[in-house]
Ligand binder design. Structure first.
Ligand code: NAD
Length: 304
């Protein structure tokens, strides 16, 4: 995760035209994306629907950067500089100065369609629009836009500062110039970019959702305990986290929404969500962010 720490456009000519990033949605992903962009030298506005949530997002970004300093991936001076490049906002007004908007709002098609409709009004017509959706087809997300050529999928991974991958998903109407510029932007963050066709779940989420769901079914059927299932995947497959630890990190509401998107998109029983997930979401056991999911977390919030 060695993102360049200079001003974009000065030492990194690849990103020369983009300087200002507006991140819509300050939850687990929005806060990480904001930290990553600020670290790379961009000026970042992190926005959410209330001041409390936006402020919490900024605190998470600050903690993620502190954790990166502890791991000696980022110098204390670069952390300070990154914090100085971030501000919060409520509502979309300040997106009018953005060169690129990254939407990281709740995984819900209606929410994202409405948000992009508003963003199209609030931003300059030349600003790039990117969605961090992990499963929704980009063409559907942008179907009500007057200019869907501006919109592309830009799928970061969690925790953003630690994960080196970004999936780039051109929609059916995305202009090639948008794809090229957003790829350059993603690379300027120090990430490796893979491209996926615009199909539900893209390359990564489609497989991950099945893995998490299958683990939930095994727990539901009493095949093994959650601890033994997590241990089996970690020691048997060399996975860094067990499926329940990972589901808690992702957020159970997000994991369930993804399975429903895959079910809607493919009508294939592979993606039939385990009822246990639905019950846990109804009970607001959402994982780390709510303080309890498959496991309990004394300090609720995204993992550093
Ligand atoms: N959690 C993960 O591991 C992960 C990984 C990759 C991608 N994603 C994707 O990132 C997106 C966000 O997921 P998350 O895990 O950060 O969710 P989250 O629940 O932590 O945060 C979502 C945020 O969006 C905000 N929001 C809702 N409507 C909004 C609006 N109209 N305008 C501005 N903000 C709004 C909510 O208040 C909330 O703070 C989803 O599309 C998800 O699929 C998640």
């Amino acid at each position: 995760m060695s993102a360049p720490s200079a001003e974009p456009g000065e030492s990194d000519p690849r990103a020369s035209v983009l300087k200002r990033v507006f991140v819509a949605g300050a939850g687990i992903m929005g806060s990480g994306i904001a930290a990553q962009c600020a670290l790379a030298g961009y000026t970042v506005t992190l926005e959410d629907v209330t001041e409390e949530i936006a402020r919490r997002g900024l605190d998470s970004a600050s903690r993620a950067l502190a954790h990166a300093v502890e791991r000696k991936k980022v110098s204390p001076a670069d952390r300070e500089a990154a914090l100085g490049r971030m501000e919060i906002a409520i509502g979309l007004r300040r997106s009018d100065a953005a060169d690129i908007v990254i939407e990281a709002a709740t995984e819900d098609l209606a929410v994202k369609r409405r948000l992009f409709g508003e963003l199209e009004q609030a931003t300059r017509p030349t600003a790039l629009l990117a969605s961090n959706t992990s499963s929704l087809p980009i063409t559907s997300v942008g179907q009500d836009l007057r200019d869907p050529g501006r919109l592309v999928g830009l799928h970061f991974f969690n925790p953003v500062l630690q994960m080196p991958l970004i999936e780039l998903i051109p929609g059916h109407r995305t202009r090639p110039e948008t794809v090229a510029r957003v790829r350059t932007f993603a690379e300027s963050l120090g990430k490796t970019v893979v491209t996926s066709a615009d199909t539900p779940g893209f390359v990564t989420t489609r497989a991950l959702a099945v893995l998490l769901n299958e683990a939930a079914w095994m727990l539901y059927e009493g095949v093994a305990t959650r601890e033994d299932i997590d241990t089996a995947y970690k020691l048997g497959f060399h996975h860094p986290m067990g499926p329940f630890e990972l589901a808690d990190l992702v957020g159970l509401d997000t994991a369930l929404s993804i399975l429903d998107v895959l079910w809607d998109g493919f009508r294939d029983p592979r993606y039939r969500a385990c009822p246990l997930l639905r019950t846990m979401v109804a009970a607001k056991r959402l994982g780390r962010k709510s303080g309890e999911g498959f496991y309990a977390y004394p300090v609720p919030g995204p993992a550093p």
